[in-house]
Every structure is written in C-alpha cells, then in structure tokens.
Design a protein around this ligand. Sequence first.
Ligand code: NAD
Length: 359
Amino acid sequence: MTPHARIGATPLADFAAALFAAAGSHATEARIVADHLVEANLVGHDSHGVIRVPKYLDWVADGGLVPNRSARLVVDAGALAAVDGDFGYGQVIGRQAMAIAAERARVHGMAAVGIRNSGHLGRIGAWPEQLAEAGLVSVHFVNTSGFGILVAPFGGSDRRLSANPVAAGAPGPDGPIVLDIATSMTAEGKIQVARNKGERLPPGQVLDGKGNPTNEPAEFYRDPPGAILPFGGHKGSGLSLFCEILAGSLTGGGSSHPRNPTAWRLVNNMLTIAFDPARLGADGGFAADVARLAEWVRASRPAQAGGDVLLPGEIERRMKAERSAAGIPLDPETCRQLAAAAARAGVAVPAAIAEVAHD
Ligand code: NAD
C-alpha cells in the first residue's frame, strides 16, 4: 500500500491558499479558508480538512460557490441578527457572523444570529471555539440545502434530512469545551475518507439504495444512493429535524428539500445562540462551576484499564498537539486529487504530496 504523505500545517495551508487564490479569492479570503481546512486536519477531522479543496474549486467553477463575499446583515434588531452569505465561502461568512454574535452578546447578554445562504461552513466546532475564546457560551444548529440530503429519518429507509450538525461551546478550565457532532451516525465526509482509504464502515451507520444495512462505502454512492442513519435512533432523528427548523425554517435559509431553489448547490444555514456567562446570574461563579464539573466528570473510573474520560474538545486538542509536531497525514487518493486540482490551476504541488500522488 502506498504510504500516506506527511506534511506540516504551514506548507499545507500555503498550498491550499494558493489554490483558492488561483480560483479568484483575494489573499485574505484564501488564507482564512485554507487555515480553517488545515485546522480541521490538525484536530483530526480529516473529513472537513483539505480533502474538501478540490470540491470547493469545482463549486467555484460551476458558480455554486462565490469568492469574495461578506456576511450581509439582513436582520439588525439588537440581540437578534441575521446575515445572508450570498453563497460565499462559509469559512468567511461564519467568522464574520460569529464576530457579530460576540459583539451583540456582550451588549445584550445574549444574541441569536441566523446565517442563511452560506457556502459550506466546514468544521462547525470552529464556531463555538471562536466564541469560547471570546469568553462566550454558545449553541449552534446547522442544516443544508436540498443538495446535502443524506440521512434517513428514524423509521425511514431513504434520504430525507441533512447530516445537520449541532455544536456547543463554553470556556473551560484548559481551553474551550466544544461539542461538535453531526446528527447522522457518521459525517458524509467520513464515508468519502473510508472510500479513499479502501476501508469498510463500522456496522449500523449506512443503508444501501434498497434500504438494507451495509458497511461498504461504495454502496452509499451507487444509483439509487444509500442513506446514513441518524445517531441515537429517534433521538438523533428528532434533533436533526430541529436543526432543519432552527437553522433552516427560522433563519430564512429554508429546510432541506430537493425542490429548494438552492438545492443544486451546497448551502449551509446556521442558528447560533451565544451568551455572556457574566450576565445570566452566575454571579461570577460560572468558570468555577464549569471547572468543578470538569473535574467531577473526568474523575469517573475509566471503563477500560488505562482509558481516559475526556471532555468534548479534548481529543481534538490532543490530536492538534500530535499533528502539529509530526505533520498531517494525507492518504494517497486525497494527494492525487489535490495534485490534479493544482495541475489544473497551475499551482506548484508540495513535494510531500507530489511524491505520494505519483506513486
Ligand atoms: P465525531 O463523531 O468525531 O464527534 C466529535 C465530537 O465528539 C467532538 O466534540 C469531540 O470532542 C467529541 N468526542 C470524540 N471522542 C470523544 C471521547 N472519547 N470522549 C469525549 N468526547 C469525545 O464527529 P462527527 O459527528 O463525525 O462530525 C465530524 C465533523 O463533521 C464535525 O466537525 C462537524 O462539524 C462536521 N460536519 C459538518 C457539516 C456541515 O454541513 N458543515 C455536516 C456534518 C458534519
């Protein structure tokens, strides 16, 4: 088997930024998008890392994704705000919307900010992280346009819902506590990663086109296509439905439906609710209470000898430390796709990627 490439975060981000710049993004946008994707690789979410670069470039080429857009304020009512992303890069729109949420939560104690019509918002954990680093507590509900319909509802057998991630964040004793989960058993990107690596999926995640359980990633992409199951049976399915209502129906972005006018392009909508913990009556006790909770939960006797009880966000911090030191592993298929995209754009390919791509 061809070995994986190992590449440092900085050269990988420079390469990705050069590709986005070649596709028309101004330098700041190219850098923001590239850094977001590489950060996803660093924290271990390869499904939302540079594997996405060729897809984003295809979407720019077909007009589904529009470079150099900014979050446009469409509702401006104090603690309530909504922005339209005008189909720009979600990494830019999300960041600007979180800055609005932070500013308003400071003024009003809380803020609810809707994002509609954004390009792919990437690793949703980036958004609670941004707010937690600003000292705020937040929850986030995300849906997709009709483009991303992938998930069977509980009791169903075909695609009706999106992967619909939910995220939450809070400042914690050792850095942000960040929960970042799709409401599907797995993210679609992880099926792509498994297919690229030639691996099988764990049981109980995916149905084939006939509604039968399968662990073969290729079955998911056949015609008729397969479906991902929601996590937690009716509970995940219900949470996913509320992602559609909160992120889609409520923000004006629309719930997932194949007849949406935006269904031909990948659109993410998100509802963010952010709180300033100093303002909700915790009387300065918020940080101490969260620290006590963290200590209490972590002190649970590990279920397996040598195991660890982790807080949400911790596994990502550990992976980031490891990959910052050792480099980011990239599988051969991802290297080939990146090299092909670079050849089309006339951008030089880092040697670490070129070697694996040409093997
Ligand atoms: P996942 O199953 O890897 O779960 C990640 C979450 O679980 C994190 O909060 C992590 O800290 C926590 N976690 C993991 N292992 C843990 C442990 N041992 N103990 C305690 N907590 C632990 O994530 P996922 O559902 O596969 O989602 C992957 C990524 O895909 C996320 O970043 C998500 O935002 C992204 N996504 C994005 C979209 C989109 O439309 N933009 C759609 C779906 C998923």
